[in-house]
Design a protein around this ligand. Structure first.
Ligand SMILES: C[S@@+](CC[C@H](N)C(=O)[O-])C[C@H]1O[C@@H](n2cnc3c(N)ncnc32)[C@H](O)[C@@H]1O
Length: 253
């Protein structure tokens, strides 16, 4: 079994390569967490026209597996936190929705992604977006300070999902809500698949069983847990497990 540090180092290396353009993630064969060697085909639904217009060129690296900002019920003036913000795609959609009086914080642990996201921010002068280098399990964000948390195809990459959802709970205000798109599994992934760090970086080895995933969210204390979108992936695993992209939302009571 890989240690948490080994997994994160492998994830950082892969997404650093994606950010530097050394691995293509925008070919038709690439999609969720797409890398040349581990890809899931064309599954991420796209944002609508108004959302797309707010995304600068270079911010959509084809790494998502949903459109969390479209389901997050954001309003002007809100503070939104995007976990694993990558090149910034969902932050820029949120930026338009919360407007000048709102604020968007994007967190990513890969330095090259933060650099790329800031380059993209400059292209459209998105003054209400703040990209921060940091880890989801130890968020550089104050307690009870955020109205909405979004995340797109990232939590599966985090070794300790309890810590990730625990941190989401900590930073959300009472009545705040998260909307997370992620990969989950129905069935058992083989031990070999779980051990393979490159499969982690491809969003597969770290994916939990759907019921286990939802169980963690419930145990943390979230209410109104709802799957707002779900899609089956056609990915050839050695095991008989099926992969799904789900977008799940829940609120902090
Ligand atoms: C699959 S990409 C998704 C990027 C972006 N959400 C999108 O849809 O384009 C995963 C991103 O999450 C970041 N990431 C993975 N694990 C993380 C962690 N534990 N803490 C912070 N960022 C993490 C990676 O660096 C990478 O940029």
């Amino acid at each position: 079994m890989k240690t948490s540090k080994e997994i994160k180092d492998a994830v950082k290396e892969k997404y650093g390569q994606v950010a530097r353009g050394e691995i293509s993630s925008v070919e038709p064969k690439s999609s969720c967490c797409g890398t040349d060697d581990q890809t899931v085909v064309n599954l991420a639904p796209r944002y609508g026209e108004a959302d797309k217009a707010s995304i600068p060129e270079g911010a959509d690296l084809g790494l998502g597996c949903g459109t969390p900002a479209a389901y997050a019920d954001m309003k002007e003036g809100m503070t939104v936190l995007d976990l694993g913000s990558g090149a910034g795609i969902d932050c820029f959609v949120a930026s338009r929705l919360v407007g000048k009086s709102g604020k968007v914080i994007g967190i990513d642990m890969t330095e090259e992604m933060i650099k790329k996201a800031n380059e993209n921010k400059r292209k459209i002068d998105a003054a209400n977006v703040d990209f921060r280098l940091g880890e989801i399990e130890d968020l550089p964000v104050e307690d009870n300070s955020v109205d909405r948390v979004i995340s797109n195809c990232v939590i599966n990459l985090v070794p300790n999902k309890e810590n990730a959802f625990g941190e989401i709970f900590r930073v959300l205000r009472k009545g705040g809500k998260f909307t997370v798109s992620d990969i989950v599994v129905d069935g058992e992934i083989t031990d070999e698949e779980r051990r393979d760090a490159s499969l982690w970086a491809g969003c597969i080895s770290g994916a939990l069983d759907k019921q286990v995933y939802l169980g963690i969210i419930g145990r943390i204390g979230f209410k109104e847990i709802t799957i707002v979108s779900e899609k089956k992936y056609d990915y050839p695993l050695k095991s008989n497990a099926a992969l799904y992209s789900i977008t799940v939302s829940a609120s902090k009571p």
